[in-house]
Design a protein around this ligand. Sequence first.
Ligand SMILES: *Cc1c(COP(=O)(O)O)cnc(C)c1O
Length: 377
Amino acid sequence: MLPFIRKDLAQFTAYKPHPSGDSPQPVQLSTQIDRLDTNESPYDLPSELKQKLAWTYQQLIETNRYPDGGHETLKDAIAEYVNESPSLFTAANISVGNGSDEIIRSLLIASCLGFGSILVAQPTFSMYAILAQTLGIRVVAVGRNEENFEIDLKAAQLAIENTQNPPIRAVFVVHPNSPTGNPLTAAELAWLRSLSEEILVVIDEAYFEFSQTTLVGELPLHPNWVVLRTFSKAFRLAALRVGYCVAHPELITILEKVRLPYNLPSFSIAGALIALQNHKLLLESISQTLSERAKLIHALSQNPAFQVTESAANFIFLRLKPNGSQPKDAALKNLHQKLRSAGTLVRETGGGLRITIGTTSENLRTLNNFSSIPDRD
Ligand SMILES: *Cc1c(COP(=O)(O)O)cnc(C)c1O
Protein backbone atom coordinates (compact mmCIF):
# COMPACT_ATOMS: atom_id res chain seq x y z
CA MET A 1 0.00 0.00 0.00
CA LEU A 2 1.11 3.58 -0.55
CA PRO A 3 3.19 4.43 2.51
CA PHE A 4 1.48 7.76 3.26
CA ILE A 5 -2.00 6.21 3.59
CA ARG A 6 -3.48 5.68 7.07
CA LYS A 7 -3.09 1.99 7.97
CA ASP A 8 -6.61 1.74 9.43
CA LEU A 9 -8.16 2.63 6.06
CA ALA A 10 -6.53 -0.37 4.34
CA GLN A 11 -8.65 -2.85 6.33
CA PHE A 12 -11.75 -0.77 6.15
CA THR A 13 -14.89 -1.86 4.21
CA ALA A 14 -16.69 0.96 2.46
CA TYR A 15 -20.45 1.24 1.84
CA LYS A 16 -21.44 -0.91 -1.13
CA PRO A 17 -23.61 1.19 -3.39
CA HIS A 18 -25.99 -0.52 -5.77
CA PRO A 19 -26.04 -1.88 -8.38
CA SER A 20 -23.26 -4.05 -7.03
CA GLY A 21 -21.17 -5.79 -9.62
CA ASP A 22 -20.06 -8.67 -7.44
CA SER A 23 -22.74 -11.23 -8.18
CA PRO A 24 -21.20 -14.69 -8.46
CA GLN A 25 -24.19 -15.65 -10.63
CA PRO A 26 -24.68 -12.82 -13.09
CA VAL A 27 -28.31 -11.93 -13.53
CA GLN A 28 -29.51 -12.86 -17.01
CA LEU A 29 -30.29 -9.90 -19.18
CA SER A 30 -33.65 -11.32 -20.11
CA THR A 31 -34.80 -11.29 -16.48
CA GLN A 32 -36.82 -8.36 -15.18
CA ILE A 33 -34.68 -6.74 -12.46
CA ASP A 34 -36.52 -5.29 -9.45
CA ARG A 35 -34.23 -3.07 -7.39
CA LEU A 36 -35.65 -3.55 -3.93
CA ASP A 37 -32.35 -3.22 -2.09
CA THR A 38 -31.96 0.49 -1.28
CA ASN A 39 -35.38 1.63 -0.04
CA GLU A 40 -35.94 4.18 -2.78
CA SER A 41 -39.44 5.02 -3.92
CA PRO A 42 -40.45 2.83 -6.87
CA TYR A 43 -42.03 5.88 -8.49
CA ASP A 44 -40.06 8.37 -10.57
CA LEU A 45 -40.90 12.06 -10.29
CA PRO A 46 -44.21 12.64 -12.22
CA SER A 47 -43.44 13.91 -15.72
CA GLU A 48 -45.19 17.24 -15.12
CA LEU A 49 -42.73 17.93 -12.29
CA LYS A 50 -39.80 16.78 -14.36
CA GLN A 51 -40.91 19.26 -17.00
CA LYS A 52 -41.06 22.05 -14.42
CA LEU A 53 -37.58 21.10 -13.29
CA ALA A 54 -36.33 21.03 -16.88
CA TRP A 55 -37.83 24.46 -17.44
CA THR A 56 -36.10 25.77 -14.30
CA TYR A 57 -32.83 24.29 -15.51
CA GLN A 58 -33.15 25.92 -18.92
CA GLN A 59 -34.47 29.30 -17.87
CA LEU A 60 -33.14 30.04 -14.40
CA ILE A 61 -29.93 28.11 -13.79
CA GLU A 62 -26.73 29.61 -15.11
CA THR A 63 -24.30 26.71 -15.16
CA ASN A 64 -21.27 29.04 -15.11
CA ARG A 65 -22.34 30.41 -11.70
CA TYR A 66 -21.81 28.77 -8.33
CA PRO A 67 -25.00 27.57 -6.64
CA ASP A 68 -26.75 29.45 -3.84
CA GLY A 69 -24.35 28.52 -1.03
CA GLY A 70 -26.64 29.73 1.77
CA HIS A 71 -29.70 27.63 0.79
CA GLU A 72 -32.00 30.29 2.28
CA THR A 73 -35.00 29.68 0.01
CA LEU A 74 -34.74 25.93 0.44
CA LYS A 75 -34.34 26.22 4.22
CA ASP A 76 -37.46 28.41 4.43
CA ALA A 77 -39.43 25.85 2.45
CA ILE A 78 -38.11 22.99 4.60
CA ALA A 79 -38.95 24.83 7.84
CA GLU A 80 -42.47 25.35 6.59
CA TYR A 81 -42.82 21.65 5.70
CA VAL A 82 -41.38 20.48 9.04
CA ASN A 83 -43.39 22.85 11.24
CA GLU A 84 -46.07 21.14 13.27
CA SER A 85 -47.26 24.37 14.79
CA PRO A 86 -46.69 27.62 12.91
CA SER A 87 -43.20 29.10 13.24
CA LEU A 88 -41.81 26.51 15.64
CA PHE A 89 -38.82 26.33 13.29
CA THR A 90 -37.25 28.82 10.91
CA ALA A 91 -34.34 28.64 8.46
CA ALA A 92 -32.07 29.11 11.51
CA ASN A 93 -33.03 25.59 12.63
CA ILE A 94 -32.20 23.92 9.31
CA SER A 95 -29.00 22.77 7.61
CA VAL A 96 -28.99 21.13 4.18
CA GLY A 97 -26.57 18.47 2.96
CA ASN A 98 -25.53 16.52 -0.11
CA GLY A 99 -27.72 13.68 1.10
CA SER A 100 -28.16 13.20 4.82
CA ASP A 101 -24.89 11.26 4.58
CA GLU A 102 -23.05 14.58 4.35
CA ILE A 103 -24.82 15.85 7.45
CA ILE A 104 -23.92 12.68 9.34
CA ARG A 105 -20.27 13.36 8.53
CA SER A 106 -20.58 17.02 9.58
CA LEU A 107 -22.20 15.96 12.87
CA LEU A 108 -19.33 13.54 13.51
CA ILE A 109 -16.79 16.28 12.82
CA ALA A 110 -18.69 18.75 15.01
CA SER A 111 -19.11 16.44 18.02
CA CYS A 112 -16.52 13.66 17.99
CA LEU A 113 -13.49 14.23 15.80
CA GLY A 114 -10.50 14.07 18.13
CA PHE A 115 -12.72 14.11 21.23
CA GLY A 116 -15.37 11.42 21.34
CA SER A 117 -16.67 7.99 20.41
CA ILE A 118 -20.08 7.20 18.98
CA LEU A 119 -22.68 4.69 20.14
CA VAL A 120 -24.88 2.67 17.76
CA ALA A 121 -27.21 -0.31 18.29
CA GLN A 122 -26.69 -3.04 15.68
CA PRO A 123 -28.22 -3.81 13.31
CA THR A 124 -28.74 -0.26 12.13
CA PHE A 125 -27.89 2.07 9.22
CA SER A 126 -24.28 1.26 8.34
CA MET A 127 -23.19 4.77 7.35
CA TYR A 128 -22.79 6.01 10.94
CA ALA A 129 -20.01 3.52 11.66
CA ILE A 130 -18.49 3.76 8.17
CA LEU A 131 -18.22 7.55 8.24
CA ALA A 132 -16.94 7.49 11.83
CA GLN A 133 -14.19 5.03 10.88
CA THR A 134 -13.04 7.16 7.94
CA LEU A 135 -12.56 9.98 10.43
CA GLY A 136 -10.73 7.75 12.92
CA ILE A 137 -13.64 7.98 15.37
CA ARG A 138 -14.19 4.97 17.60
CA VAL A 139 -17.53 3.15 17.26
CA VAL A 140 -19.07 1.43 20.29
CA ALA A 141 -21.83 -1.00 19.32
CA VAL A 142 -24.50 -2.58 21.50
CA GLY A 143 -27.14 -5.12 20.47
CA ARG A 144 -30.91 -5.25 20.22
CA ASN A 145 -33.64 -7.54 21.50
CA GLU A 146 -33.96 -10.54 19.15
CA GLU A 147 -37.76 -10.38 19.11
CA ASN A 148 -38.75 -6.71 18.89
CA PHE A 149 -35.36 -5.15 18.04
CA GLU A 150 -35.49 -2.72 20.95
CA ILE A 151 -32.02 -1.37 21.83
CA ASP A 152 -30.30 -3.22 24.68
CA LEU A 153 -30.71 -0.21 26.96
CA LYS A 154 -28.75 -1.72 29.86
CA ALA A 155 -25.76 -2.28 27.62
CA ALA A 156 -26.20 1.17 26.09
CA GLN A 157 -26.26 2.87 29.50
CA LEU A 158 -23.21 0.88 30.62
CA ALA A 159 -21.39 1.90 27.46
CA ILE A 160 -22.16 5.56 28.16
CA GLU A 161 -20.92 5.23 31.77
CA ASN A 162 -17.83 3.13 31.05
CA THR A 163 -16.45 4.24 27.72
CA GLN A 164 -13.31 6.30 28.12
CA ASN A 165 -10.53 7.45 25.84
CA PRO A 166 -12.53 9.01 24.44
CA PRO A 167 -16.01 9.07 26.03
CA ILE A 168 -19.19 8.73 23.99
CA ARG A 169 -20.16 12.09 22.54
CA ALA A 170 -22.85 11.04 20.05
CA VAL A 171 -25.63 8.44 19.94
CA PHE A 172 -27.21 7.54 16.58
CA VAL A 173 -30.71 6.08 16.31
CA VAL A 174 -33.05 5.62 13.35
CA HIS A 175 -36.76 6.20 13.87
CA PRO A 176 -37.99 3.78 12.50
CA ASN A 177 -34.81 1.71 12.39
CA SER A 178 -33.26 0.31 9.24
CA PRO A 179 -33.12 -2.64 8.52
CA THR A 180 -35.59 -3.76 11.20
CA GLY A 181 -38.46 -1.29 10.63
CA ASN A 182 -39.33 -0.66 14.31
CA PRO A 183 -40.01 2.86 15.64
CA LEU A 184 -38.45 3.97 18.95
CA THR A 185 -40.30 2.56 21.96
CA ALA A 186 -41.35 4.48 25.07
CA ALA A 187 -38.42 2.97 26.99
CA GLU A 188 -35.92 3.94 24.30
CA LEU A 189 -37.32 7.45 24.23
CA ALA A 190 -37.12 7.77 28.00
CA TRP A 191 -33.48 6.70 27.82
CA LEU A 192 -32.68 9.23 25.07
CA ARG A 193 -34.35 11.95 27.14
CA SER A 194 -32.24 10.97 30.14
CA LEU A 195 -28.91 11.45 28.34
CA SER A 196 -26.64 14.27 29.41
CA GLU A 197 -26.65 17.42 27.30
CA GLU A 198 -22.97 16.73 26.68
CA ILE A 199 -23.99 13.93 24.34
CA LEU A 200 -25.34 14.65 20.87
CA VAL A 201 -28.45 12.57 20.09
CA VAL A 202 -28.98 12.03 16.36
CA ILE A 203 -32.50 10.88 15.46
CA ASP A 204 -32.55 9.83 11.82
CA GLU A 205 -36.08 10.13 10.44
CA ALA A 206 -35.27 9.08 6.88
CA TYR A 207 -38.57 7.15 6.80
CA PHE A 208 -40.74 9.77 8.51
CA GLU A 209 -43.15 10.14 5.61
CA PHE A 210 -43.99 6.43 5.91
CA SER A 211 -44.08 6.18 9.70
CA GLN A 212 -45.68 9.59 10.37
CA THR A 213 -44.03 9.57 13.78
CA THR A 214 -41.54 12.32 14.48
CA LEU A 215 -39.65 13.80 17.38
CA VAL A 216 -39.26 17.31 15.94
CA GLY A 217 -41.86 18.55 18.45
CA GLU A 218 -39.43 17.72 21.26
CA LEU A 219 -36.44 19.50 19.75
CA PRO A 220 -37.05 22.78 21.63
CA LEU A 221 -36.65 20.84 24.90
CA HIS A 222 -33.33 19.27 23.91
CA PRO A 223 -30.52 21.46 22.53
CA ASN A 224 -28.44 18.26 22.17
CA TRP A 225 -30.92 16.55 19.80
CA VAL A 226 -30.91 16.72 16.01
CA VAL A 227 -33.47 15.23 13.63
CA LEU A 228 -32.23 14.09 10.20
CA ARG A 229 -34.48 13.80 7.17
CA THR A 230 -33.93 13.13 3.48
CA PHE A 231 -35.43 13.68 0.02
CA SER A 232 -34.07 10.29 -1.09
CA LYS A 233 -37.00 8.13 0.02
CA ALA A 234 -40.65 9.26 -0.01
CA PHE A 235 -39.83 12.42 -2.00
CA ARG A 236 -38.42 10.32 -4.88
CA LEU A 237 -35.23 12.37 -5.30
CA ALA A 238 -32.49 9.86 -4.49
CA ALA A 239 -30.70 10.86 -7.71
CA LEU A 240 -30.38 14.49 -6.60
CA ARG A 241 -28.77 13.92 -3.17
CA VAL A 242 -30.56 16.24 -0.76
CA GLY A 243 -30.88 15.72 2.98
CA TYR A 244 -31.49 18.09 5.86
CA CYS A 245 -31.50 18.34 9.61
CA VAL A 246 -33.50 20.25 12.21
CA ALA A 247 -31.76 21.39 15.40
CA HIS A 248 -30.88 24.16 17.81
CA PRO A 249 -29.59 27.26 15.94
CA GLU A 250 -26.18 27.01 17.66
CA LEU A 251 -25.65 23.51 16.32
CA ILE A 252 -26.83 24.66 12.88
CA THR A 253 -24.24 27.48 12.91
CA ILE A 254 -21.49 24.93 13.51
CA LEU A 255 -22.76 22.56 10.83
CA GLU A 256 -22.78 25.46 8.37
CA LYS A 257 -19.12 26.13 9.19
CA VAL A 258 -18.13 22.50 8.79
CA ARG A 259 -19.82 21.69 5.48
CA LEU A 260 -18.37 22.39 2.04
CA PRO A 261 -19.36 25.87 0.85
CA TYR A 262 -21.24 24.80 -2.31
CA ASN A 263 -22.36 21.38 -1.16
CA LEU A 264 -25.58 21.26 -3.21
CA PRO A 265 -25.71 21.68 -7.00
CA SER A 266 -28.21 24.27 -8.27
CA PHE A 267 -30.17 21.49 -9.98
CA SER A 268 -30.59 19.63 -6.68
CA ILE A 269 -31.74 22.77 -4.89
CA ALA A 270 -34.31 23.36 -7.64
CA GLY A 271 -35.47 19.73 -7.45
CA ALA A 272 -35.94 19.82 -3.68
CA LEU A 273 -37.92 23.07 -3.94
CA ILE A 274 -40.24 21.63 -6.59
CA ALA A 275 -40.71 18.48 -4.50
CA LEU A 276 -41.68 20.53 -1.44
CA GLN A 277 -44.06 22.74 -3.43
CA ASN A 278 -45.75 19.56 -4.64
CA HIS A 279 -45.39 17.44 -1.53
CA LYS A 280 -49.10 16.53 -1.38
CA LEU A 281 -48.95 15.09 -4.89
CA LEU A 282 -45.69 13.22 -4.26
CA LEU A 283 -46.75 11.80 -0.92
CA GLU A 284 -50.08 10.52 -2.29
CA SER A 285 -48.35 7.25 -3.19
CA ILE A 286 -47.59 6.47 0.45
CA SER A 287 -50.95 4.89 1.27
CA GLN A 288 -50.37 2.51 -1.66
CA THR A 289 -46.94 1.59 -0.27
CA LEU A 290 -48.42 0.92 3.16
CA SER A 291 -51.15 -1.36 1.85
CA GLU A 292 -48.61 -3.18 -0.33
CA ARG A 293 -46.44 -3.59 2.77
CA ALA A 294 -49.31 -5.23 4.67
CA LYS A 295 -49.93 -7.64 1.77
CA LEU A 296 -46.27 -8.57 1.53
CA ILE A 297 -45.93 -9.16 5.28
CA HIS A 298 -49.09 -11.26 5.31
CA ALA A 299 -48.05 -13.40 2.33
CA LEU A 300 -44.47 -14.01 3.49
CA SER A 301 -45.61 -14.83 7.03
CA GLN A 302 -47.48 -17.85 5.63
CA ASN A 303 -44.13 -19.55 5.07
CA PRO A 304 -43.25 -21.39 8.31
CA ALA A 305 -39.51 -20.91 7.64
CA PHE A 306 -39.78 -17.11 7.67
CA GLN A 307 -39.95 -14.64 10.51
CA VAL A 308 -41.33 -11.33 9.23
CA THR A 309 -41.82 -8.47 11.66
CA GLU A 310 -44.07 -5.40 11.53
CA SER A 311 -42.54 -2.36 9.88
CA ALA A 312 -43.23 1.37 10.08
CA ALA A 313 -41.20 2.12 6.95
CA ASN A 314 -41.18 1.34 3.21
CA PHE A 315 -39.36 -1.96 3.65
CA ILE A 316 -39.72 -5.18 5.58
CA PHE A 317 -37.18 -7.33 7.40
CA LEU A 318 -37.25 -11.09 6.96
CA ARG A 319 -35.25 -13.58 8.99
CA LEU A 320 -35.03 -17.35 8.77
CA LYS A 321 -36.23 -19.47 11.66
CA PRO A 322 -33.60 -21.84 13.02
CA ASN A 323 -33.48 -25.09 11.08
CA GLY A 324 -31.32 -28.07 11.93
CA SER A 325 -30.08 -29.00 8.50
CA GLN A 326 -28.21 -25.89 7.39
CA PRO A 327 -26.49 -23.04 9.24
CA LYS A 328 -28.72 -19.94 9.20
CA ASP A 329 -26.09 -17.71 7.59
CA ALA A 330 -25.54 -20.08 4.71
CA ALA A 331 -29.29 -20.49 4.20
CA LEU A 332 -29.74 -16.72 4.16
CA LYS A 333 -26.95 -16.20 1.62
CA ASN A 334 -28.44 -18.92 -0.51
CA LEU A 335 -31.89 -17.33 -0.41
CA HIS A 336 -30.43 -13.91 -1.21
CA GLN A 337 -28.53 -15.32 -4.20
CA LYS A 338 -31.53 -17.21 -5.54
CA LEU A 339 -33.73 -14.12 -5.35
CA ARG A 340 -31.05 -12.17 -7.14
CA SER A 341 -30.80 -14.75 -9.90
CA ALA A 342 -34.57 -14.56 -10.29
CA GLY A 343 -34.33 -10.76 -10.65
CA THR A 344 -35.35 -9.58 -7.17
CA LEU A 345 -32.53 -7.56 -5.62
CA VAL A 346 -32.83 -7.23 -1.83
CA ARG A 347 -30.28 -6.33 0.84
CA GLU A 348 -28.76 -8.97 3.07
CA THR A 349 -27.94 -7.22 6.34
CA GLY A 350 -28.26 -7.56 10.09
CA GLY A 351 -28.89 -11.32 9.93
CA GLY A 352 -31.84 -11.05 7.56
CA LEU A 353 -33.10 -9.71 4.26
CA ARG A 354 -34.32 -6.14 3.96
CA ILE A 355 -36.88 -5.94 1.18
CA THR A 356 -38.03 -2.58 -0.17
CA ILE A 357 -41.74 -2.24 -0.95
CA GLY A 358 -42.00 -1.69 -4.70
CA THR A 359 -44.87 -1.24 -7.11
CA THR A 360 -47.72 -3.77 -7.06
CA SER A 361 -46.20 -5.74 -9.92
CA GLU A 362 -42.73 -5.69 -8.39
CA ASN A 363 -44.12 -7.02 -5.13
CA LEU A 364 -46.03 -9.75 -6.96
CA ARG A 365 -42.79 -10.81 -8.63
CA THR A 366 -41.08 -10.75 -5.23
CA LEU A 367 -43.68 -13.16 -3.85
CA ASN A 368 -43.51 -15.36 -6.96
CA ASN A 369 -39.74 -15.51 -6.74
CA PHE A 370 -39.88 -16.41 -3.06
CA SER A 371 -42.39 -19.19 -3.66
CA SER A 372 -40.45 -20.62 -6.60
CA ILE A 373 -37.44 -21.18 -4.34
CA PRO A 374 -37.57 -24.57 -2.64
CA ASP A 375 -37.31 -24.29 1.16
CA ARG A 376 -33.82 -24.82 2.48
CA ASP A 377 -32.26 -26.66 -0.39
C1 LIG B 1 -31.72 6.07 3.10
C2 LIG B 1 -31.30 6.57 4.41
C3 LIG B 1 -30.75 7.83 4.55
C4 LIG B 1 -30.67 8.74 3.36
O1 LIG B 1 -29.41 9.08 3.04
P1 LIG B 1 -29.19 10.18 1.89
O2 LIG B 1 -27.74 10.44 2.00
O3 LIG B 1 -30.03 11.37 2.24
O4 LIG B 1 -29.62 9.56 0.59
C5 LIG B 1 -30.38 8.27 5.80
N1 LIG B 1 -30.54 7.48 6.89
C6 LIG B 1 -31.08 6.26 6.78
C7 LIG B 1 -31.28 5.44 7.99
C8 LIG B 1 -31.46 5.77 5.55
O5 LIG B 1 -31.98 4.55 5.45
